[in-house]
Design a protein around this ligand. Structure first.
Ligand code: GLA
Length: 393
């Protein structure tokens, strides 16, 4: 189909998993890979949805009869966006929309939000509607929560709509304040590698909601506004229930790690530009100047925090899975600075920070370890910090 095209990237999250719905900190960056929605307007108030990845008949729905529950499957995401836009008072026009994606689905790289947000931008442009990006993120999240039925937080939609090339984005999910911190690992000869473990997860499944419910129980019992508002890890020890204590400990410590990584990135960028390191993450621009061992130093530290984050997700939040644990161990054993699972858990991908000269060894170690266990070998994705969603044609 000819028409205009909008692209929305997937995301990787450096730190802050399951902190978004707890109003804590997250630190994602947008990927170069994502979802493209090519669309033309229609005058008959229909949405005609096709996906290159699902070569069935197109799904046709009437804008005036959209309601949660129908359609289901992949088409629920774009239909849900039209529903949520209309529910927010926007007059959405009919459209034929063709979807294409180079993101693995169910791999913890934000493919659902990329689908929602590419369609959201297409529908807004074709309908002559302008919605500020933060509001659009909330509308796309509502589509996922209420139309699709996945009780997810705000990180993915915010990342795809708000991230910047060459930066990670520190988002406070309590206040929704955003700080972009320079993140250019390639300038220090470091590669950010995603390994998709090929175990797919579904966020509509019970475990994700169960974790949310446990966090809500911990919040109530502690009498705090949110777990994300707590900065003293000792507060978690007040919880009598050992499971709730572990859950709270993860959320509090992951938010602290997100802040520490953002500070390290802001500080190293400032140092590379001959400025004194900022006390906290501060916007900075321009390429990191230094190369070589000195430039790699912050990445060693960040790598250690990545691995700490993984252990917290594995032992305290209990959302990791065997393939992720093996991948993280193997990556570190083969020379990565650190690694962690990303996304909701129970399947999906890991993210590793790897010195460029160790990349072949890390990939080979993971492939060998998976093959030895008769698991499908992981798929690798180069995770380059990239720009937010935009019109591309
Ligand atoms: C999924 C959800 C997000 C977030 C992560 C875990 O990706 O969509 O909202 O909760 O899990 O950090």
């Amino acid at each position: 189909m000819s028409g205009c095209a909008w692209f929305a990237p997937g995301r990787a999250n450096l730190m802050g998993e399951h902190t978004d719905y707890n109003e804590g900190l997250v630190l994602p960056f947008a990927l170069a890979q994502g979802v493209t929605a090519t669309a033309v307007a229609r005058s008959d108030r229909l949405l005609v949805l096709r996906s290159k990845q699902v070569p069935d008949e197109p799904v046709t729905v009437s804008l005036d009869s959209l309601a949660p529950g129908s359609p289901t499957g992949w088409a629920a995401y774009p239909a849900g966006v039209a529903w949520a836009l209309r529910d927010a008072g926007y007059d959405v026009a009919g459209a034929s929309i063709d979807i294409d994606s180079n993101l693995p689905v169910g791999a913890g790289v934000g493919s659902s939000a990329a689908l929602e947000c590419s369609v959201a931008l297409a529908l807004c442009a074709l309908s002559g509607i302008w919605v500020p990006r933060r509001s659009l993120a909330a509308i796309a999240k509502r589509a996922e929560n209420e139309f699709v039925g996945a009780p997810t937080g705000i990180i993915d939609q915010s990342a795809t709509l708000l991230c910047r090339a060459g930066h990670a984005m520190l988002l406070d999910c309590g206040t929704l304040s955003v700080t972009h911190v320079p993140f250019r690992p390639s300038a220090a000869d470091v590669v950010t590698l995603i390994a998709d473990t090929r175990v797919t997860h579904a966020l509509v499944s019970g475990e994700y909601s169960q974790r949310r419910a446990e966090c809500e129980a911990a919040t109530r019992e502690l009498g705090v506004a949110s777990l994300g508002a707590v900065t003293d890890i000792a507060v978690a020890d007040r919880l009598a229930d050992p499971v709730l204590r572990r859950r709270a400990r993860h959320v509090i410590s992951d938010s602290a790690r997100a802040r520490a990584i953002a500070s390290a990135l802001a500080g190293s960028s400032a140092a590379a530009h001959g400025r004194p390191p900022a006390a906290g993450p501060a916007p900075a621009s321009g390429p990191a100047a230094a190369h070589g061992p000195a430039a790699a130093e912050p990445y060693r530290f960040i790598g250690q925090l990545l691995t700490e984050g993984h252990l917290s997700l594995r032992d305290d939040f209990e959302v990791s899975w065997p393939e992720a644990d093996v991948a993280v161990n193997e990556a570190i054993g083969a020379g990565a600075y650190g690694a962690k699972m990303i996304g909701g858990g129970f399947g999906g991908s890991i993210l590793a920070l790897v010195p460029a000269n160790r990349l072949p060894a890390v990939r080979a170690a993971l492939t060998e370890a998976f093959t030895r266990r008769s698991w499908s070998p992981p798929e690798f994705l180069d995770a380059v910090p990239s720009a937010a969603a935009r019109q591309i044609a």
